[in-house]
Design a protein around this ligand. Structure first.
Ligand code: AMP
Length: 215
């Protein structure tokens, strides 16, 4: 039977968000991205958003107690559903808290996926990413017509660099990943193993490979 309770992880810029969204859509799973939830809270100016914004802009992790509150709330709406958790857990205390939460609900994780991309490729990808400030369409500088790197081809909005995509911040995010999230992968390696997927190359081929390993 296909995996229905899945964690997807990988360094920032590995494409885990894009892949999680595609796979969730194809396999009818709920996509739960803590990064997206936090960005929505920041945009809406909620209490959670105000607390999270400074950490995110600086390329740091949002404190565990905030993340745990958010994830517990989200899990209430997941009763009986399959899900793919994108970007959570990112620290050992988060992984331990998730294990406790799942145990209470008599659930187990079917698969932990790691999207593998090396650091130099990530720095190149993220520093050339641009986002439309209006419709949120994501571009890479290499996709944009010469001479116009500032206008959205879809809605005419202004293209901007995400504050956490500046090179210095990307390097900090990679360091944070190495220090805080690598131990989480070790934790899962010892528990039941981690399935690694190469995150470089054709985006459709990567989606197909993830679906293949999940089936
Ligand atoms: P992402 O879109 O997954 O790269 O997340 C963007 C940012 O949101 C991260 O750099 C963190 O600041 C924050 N964030 C997302 N998920 C978590 C998490 N599980 N724990 C702490 N911070 C998080």
């Amino acid at each position: 039977m296909a995996a229905r309770h899945v964690i997807i992880n990988g360094p920032p810029g590995s494409g885990k968000g894009t892949q999680a969204m595609r796979v969730a859509d194809r396999l009818d799973l709920k996509h739960l991205s803590t990064g997206d939830l936090l960005r929505e809270a920041v945009a809406a100016g909620t209490e959670l958003g105000k607390k999270a914004e400074e950490y995110m802009k600086a390329g740091l992790l949002v404190p565990d107690e905030i993340m745990l509150g958010l994830i517990r709330e989200q899990f209430e709406a997941l009763e009986g559903l399959g899900w793919i958790l994108d970007g959570f857990p990112r620290t050992l205390p988060q992984a331990e808290a998730l294990a406790e939460l799942l145990e209470k609900k008599c659930l187990t994780i079917d698969m932990v996926l790691l999207i593998d991309v090396d650091n130099e490729e990530i720095i190149g990808r993220l520093t050339s990413r641009r986002v439309c400030s209006d419709c949120k369409e994501v571009y890479n500088l290499s996709m944009l017509p010469d001479g116009d790197e500032s206008t959205c081809g879809k809605c005419g909005g202004k293209l901007v660099t995400r504050p956490d995509d500046r090179e210095e911040t990307v390097r900090r995010r990679l360091k944070v990943y190495e220090e805080q999230t690598t131990p989480v992968l070790e934790f899962y390696r010892k528990l039941a193993g981690v399935t690694e997927v190469d995150g470089t190359g054709d985006i459709d081929a990567i989606t197909a490979e993830i679906i293949r390993v999940m089936r």
